[in-house]
Design a protein around this ligand. Structure first.
Ligand code: GAP
Length: 439
């Protein structure tokens, strides 16, 4: 009998992530550093899977998209043209007593949340992380770690148009690190100072922008549902006028119901022709498109679906987390979509002190490894081995038992149903590939 317990709190997720090797605190042995996290052996697989399926669905499987991998360090003028030097700011207040700093919108009653002291008037702080290129630290060598990957795609518009020979509408996609000096990093990997973005800049003819905006909002919403996020835990939220970024005509956020409340997973903005016009004016280069239908030059509008890899990973983890009672014992299982699961198959010998079983199990694991992420494990009893794999979301466990020596078959146990089937050893690989939808 299986009973479900649907709600999970963040402490449970953080502790599972550490215990099972998804996410560790950065520089933990030195006491950690705020707003930075390290992805362990299973976390890195989860993130790679998210990025791979995004790239496959957004680039490989579409005729109207191409990829890009632009540098993190860009010309300082980029950030002047983009508006980030002037506008990428948060209003901050300082406590005159304990000297701590807070975001003005996160303080209630105009007193310090830590010591009750008096606060200064709000002042604007730029969120870009500064650095210097070369040996001299002066204004001429000052630059920033990019706070979004987007600008690399805008400044390469003419290059990509030239080589790809794409016609409007078409898009560029990029995955990469971005940095923001967030004053209050919070909620585990939700708001960090270093994070990864998956961004699309989709160039369209002016006048068709609103329709394309809606199409992308729907497409991106359904993408999260396709990979297992419960539809009821997703919603769209339109930005109000005063909330809109300086470049945006309209923005819709896809929000997920995290344990700390509804929060942004991805934003889809209509950036109009703001970026191309700004970069054309600051660089003096023509960033226009020749429209063969009308015989005129135009500046494309840009629709931008911009998501975070880390936030997606967190949402997939939270949504997949299930606690059940199975034969009076608690079972924790991550019901991750099989494409996201860090490990696809785990192989165990039922008895680790029987070398014949160990040899067969290791042989099966090494054959499966060619096709899919596979682990071999014999470091605990079979019950514990299953529990370990359930907790990291492994869809299939394969057990070699004493009967295997007679019937040349093994037991495949499916993660969610816990159903066990006996499969001849030579058919194991194709059975798994078939069940993973890879045949
Ligand atoms: N180019 C548009 C842009 O950067 P954004 O809403 O500021 O828009 C896009 O960021 C996405 O990047 C967010 O939806 C979120 O998933 C991710 N993101 C932004 N800031 C983040 C942070 N401090 N920590 C983790 N992810 C973040």
């Amino acid at each position: 009998m299986v009973e479900e317990q649907p709600m999970v709190d963040m402490d449970t997720i953080v502790s599972l992530c550490k215990r099972r090797g998804f996410i560790f605190q950065s520089s933990e042995i030195y006491g950690g550093v705020g707003g930075s996290w390290d992805y362990g052996p299973y976390g890195v697989e989860l993130k790679r899977n998210i990025k791979n399926i995004w790239w496959r669905d957004m680039v490989q499987r579409r005729d109207d998209m191409v990829g890009l991998d632009a540098a993190i360090l860009m010309h300082t003028r980029v950030w002047e043209a983009s508006g980030h030097v002037e506008s990428f700011t948060d209003p901050m207040v300082d406590c005159m007593n304990c000297k701590k700093r807070f975001r003005a919108d996160q303080v209630e009653n105009a007193v310090c949340p830590e010591c009750g002291g008096q606060l200064t008037e709000p002042r604007l702080f730029n969120l870009m992380l500064k650095t210097y290129l070369g040996p001299v630290e002066d204004d001429a060598s000052l630059t920033y770690l990019r706070p979004e990957t987007a600008q690399g795609m805008f400044v390469n518009f003419a290059n990509v148009l030239d080589v790809s020979r794409k016609k409007l509408p078409f898009g560029m996609a990029q995955i990469g690190k971005a940095f923001r000096n967030e004053i209050t990093p919070r909620n585990f990997t939700f708001r960090t100072r270093e994070f990864e973005q998956m961004e699309i800049e989709y160039f369209v003819k002016p006048g068709t922008d609103e329709e394309w905006h809606q199409r992308w909002v729907q497409d991106r919403f359904e993408w999260y549902v396709k990979y297992g996020i419960r539809r009821d835990f997703l919603r769209l939220r339109q930005h109000e006028g005063d909330e809109l970024a300086h470049y945006s005509k309209a923005t819709q956020d896809i929000e997920y119901l995290f344990p700390f409340g509804w929060s942004e997973l991805e934003g889809i903005s209509n950036r109009t022709d703001f970026d191309l016009r700004q970069h054309a004016s600051f660089s003096g280069r023509d960033l226009v498109y020749f429209d063969e239908e009308t015989g005129t030059h135009l500046v494309p509008y840009i629709i931008e679906p911009s998501g975070g890899v880390d936030r997606a990973a967190l949402a997939f983890l939270v949504d997949a987390y299930h606690e059940e009672r199975v034969r009076k014992e608690k079972r924790v299982v991550l019901r991750l979509h099989s494409e996201l699961a860090p490990v696809k198959a785990a192989v165990f010998p039922l008895l680790r002190n029987r070398p014949e079983l160990v040899t067969i199990a290791k042989q099966i694991a090494s054959e499966l490894r060619v096709e899919m992420m596979t682990v071999y494990d014999d470091t605990a009893s079979i019950g514990r081995l299953y529990r370990r794999q359930d907790e990291i979301g492994t869809p299939f466990c394969i057990t070699v038992d004493v009967d295997s020596l007679e019937d040349n078959a093994v037991t495949i146990r499916e993660r969610d149903s816990m159903e066990q089937t006996r499969v001849p050893i030579p058919e194991v690989k194709d059975t798994l590939l078939g069940r993973l939808g890879k045949l």
